[in-house]
Design a protein around this ligand. Structure first.
Ligand SMILES: CC(C)(COP(=O)(O)OP(=O)(O)OC[C@H]1O[C@@H](n2cnc3c(N)ncnc32)[C@H](O)[C@@H]1OP(=O)(O)O)[C@@H](O)C(=O)NCCC(=O)NCCS
Length: 155
């Protein structure tokens, strides 16, 4: 696969659920999202699920949450690229589409959490202009800390 070639970003639909579960298991093993969570994200207006498609294959996915209680903010809940498709710019494409979706919903900022040892994801966020602003101690199952990142979105 060439860098970013033949990749299409589109909204997720309930018919994607099996492919999304397979992607989650492939990427996150034991810590993947449940079918129930995915179903909810695909059906509620406060979540936007974006899919990166390579041909008919789901190559990546992102979940962006936009709650009424925090009207200026969107939270990147999850981003994942299938291991076979990593390193081709799909992560950045998904991130850009999330930023566009957040802007369209009038959100001025995106926030996210990332495991302190996830250097690859941290590298991607820094490169895309996300700034570290805090830490949740012992946030993950392995008791690792979460680094908190945010980006202000241009109007
Ligand atoms: C983090 C993630 C979304 C990045 O997506 P991606 O499509 O691979 O992003 P990119 O193509 O920009 O590659 C990221 C960087 O890793 C580098 N890279 C490529 N292949 C690599 C490999 N096999 N091992 C390590 N780094 C590699 C790329 O060169 C790029 O660095 P650069 O921007 O300096 O060139 C993806 O790796 C992923 O899904 N990881 C597992 C899930 C995860 O950790 N999600 C985030 C949780 S907060």
């Amino acid at each position: 696969m060439q860098h970013g070639s033949d990749i299409r970003i589109r909204p997720g639909a309930m018919s994607d659920i099996d492919a999304l579960i397979a992607l989650e298991r492939n990427v996150f093993a034991a810590n993947c999202m449940s079918r129930k969570s995915l179903r909810r994200f695909l059906s509620v207006p406060t979540a936007t699920v974006l899919i990166a498609e390579h041909g008919k294959m789901v190559a990546g996915c992102a979940v962006l949450l936009m709650h009424a209680s925090t009207p200026a903010m969107a939270r990147l809940y999850s981003i994942a690229v299938a291991p076979a498709n990593e390193g081709h710019g799909i992560g950045p494409m998904l991130l850009h589409s999330c930023e566009e979706a957040a802007r369209q919903h009038g959100r001025a900022q995106i926030r996210l959490e990332v495991h302190e040892q996830n250097q690859r994801a941290i590298g991607l966020y820094r490169k895309e202009g996300y700034a570290e602003f805090g830490r949740h101690v012992g946030y993950y199952k392995d008791l690792g800390d979460a680094l908190r990142f945010r980006k202000e979105l241009a109007a």
